[in-house]
Design a binder for this molecule. Structure first.
Ligand code: ARG
Length: 479
């Protein structure tokens, strides 16, 4: 085709990159390769990145101050259209980057075509995702803090409630219900810590890497980084456009969050069953059955548990996408965003609904206490014998026989007389029977990490300080 014919062709849906092409894109390919539906979600970040890039171009003498002002104003108008929902995408807008640039050029004229100087969509998209994820990490950190506060509030309210602690889902030893809630607060503290750590590696600027080898202009990358709140700039352009480790890290942290929420939800499901009867669900957070009139179902907790699969799925998706990719950018990387966006939205939804439901759970205090005593106090008797000098193994055997006797004769441990206890060991004195108390058993566990009340109260205070930003795990400020 002659240069003249070339320049005439393609006036229909001209593409930013079609200079070397002689045939228009097949419509099916246009649909197949398009990512706008998903990546339009990071339009605000795309525009923020472009504004900083344009300022960088101005500093490098590649744009006049008038051109810069005109482009920045145009970008502001595009941002507004997207925010207001008046932005109209075109079929030829391959992705958010092309859509924004196309609209910018419509608004400000050919000078809009200068915005992409010294930049490729490869370093641009990596920048956008990092900006998007940084915001999302900050919001998820806040959501984690909100749920932690709900757990701490529960822990304060339920300080005088005892519940059986379980191993193998068999009653094991009594614990304070507050101690149980705090176990989840500890998990969420670690989750916040992991997000803060991930954020450090998210918060690095790839812009300036160009397509793969570094932009061909001497741009001051550190100044752009400062403008966008990035703490550092990437040190290798090939790595910069192909690295998605930070997405894997985030999805791995998100998977742990989802897993923690799933475990909490499973307990809400179990505990609200008639069999346990430890919790009553608030009506506003339960659902009925379309057929069985008596049903009150824990669907919220079930769905939190169920959505964990989506988050794990996102992690496996991105790991699989990255495996075996040669350097540097490959279009496969476009597949990173839908699972990332979905997983982030999923965990934030789960955190929010649990934080709202938790304070409304009705704790069935008497039922919990009833279940917490009985044979769950057998360890207390063994510890009693140990204090009298019996090796623990022997004490364990002696108390095992006592329990066996009780089971056979349908007796409670607390119903045994000192004389009966003495049949199993001469070391049992009347004081042994006083040890068969739930409150004594709990009170004796006052070492660090134990379920004694003083310990639990101290930890509540520490976690309250931490979650309100006074502790070591303060979420980092937004850039
Ligand atoms: N939509 C692409 C993505 O999400 C942007 C980068 C495309 N780059 C390219 N040279 N085709 O990864």
């Amino acid at each position: 085709m002659s240069p003249k014919a070339r320049s005439k062709r393609g006036t229909k849906a001209a593409k930013a990159w079609d200079g070397r092409f002689q045939e228009p894109t097949d419509p099916l390919v246009e649909i197949f390769t398009n990512s706008l539906e998903s990546d339009l979600q990071m339009a605000a970040q795309d525009i923020r990145g472009s504004v900083a890039h344009v300022h960088g171009l101005e500093r490098a003498g590649l744009l006049t101050s008038r051109e810069t002002a005109r482009i920045v104003r145009g970008l502001g108008r595009v941002a507004k259209e997207i925010r207001d929902g008046t932005f109209r995408a075109k079929a030829s807008d391959e992705d958010v980057h092309m859509a924004v640039e196309r609209r910018l050029t419509e608004l400000v004229g050919p000078v809009g075509g200068k915005v992409h100087t010294g930049r490729s969509r490869n370093d641009q998209v990596a920048t956008d995702v990092r900006l998007w994820l940084r915001d999302e990490i900050d919001s998820a950190t806040e959501d984690l803090a909100t749920l932690t506060r709900a757990l701490l509030q529960r822990a304060r309210t339920d300080l005088d409630v005892v519940v059986p602690g379980y191993t193998h889902l068999q009653r094991a030893q009594p614990v304070l219900l507050s101690h149980h809630w705090l176990a989840y607060a500890e998990m969420l503290e670690r989750d916040r810590d992991r997000l803060a750590d991930t954020r450090k590696r998210v918060n690095v600027l790839p812009l300036g890497a160009g397509a793969l080898s570094g932009a061909g202009f001497r741009l001051n990358r550190r100044a752009v980084a400062r403008e966008l709140g990035f703490e550092a700039v990437t040190e290798n352009s090939l790595d910069a456009v192909s690295d998605r480790d930070f997405i894997v890290e985030f999805l791995s942290a998100a998977s742990l969050i989802a897993m923690h929420l799933s475990r909490l939800s499973e307990e809400i499901v179990l505990w609200s069953s008639d069999e346990f009867g430890f919790l009553k669900l608030p009506d506003a957070f339960a659902t009925g059955s379309s057929m069985m009139p008596q049903k009150k179902n824990p669907d919220v907790a079930e769905l939190v548990r169920g959505r964990t699969g989506r988050v794990y799925g996102a992690l496996v998706t991105i790991l699989t996408t990255l495996k075996g990719l040669p350097l540097a950018y490959n279009r496969d990387l476009q597949e990173d965003k839908p699972p990332l966006f979905d997983a982030a939205r999923t965990i934030r939804g789960c955190l929010a609904v649990l934080a709202k439901m938790l304070p409304k759970l009705e704790v069935q205090k008497a039922r919990m206490r009833d279940a917490a005593g009985g044979f769950s106090l057998a360890t207390e008797l063994a510890d009693y014998l140990v204090e009298r000098g019996l090796p623990f193994r022997q004490a364990h055997t002696v108390v095992g026989r006592v329990v066996g006797f009780c089971v056979e004769n349908d007796r409670d441990l607390s119903s045994l007389t000192t004389a009966e206890l003495k049949l199993f060991s001469p070391d049992f004195e009347p004081s042994a029977r006083r040890r068969l108390s739930i409150d004594t058993a709990i009170g004796r566990r006052s070492l660090v990490g134990g379920t004694a009340r003083g310990n639990v109260e101290r930890r509540i205070k520490e976690l309250e300080r931490s979650v309100d930003g006074g502790g070591r795990r303060r979420p980092q400020k937004r850039g």
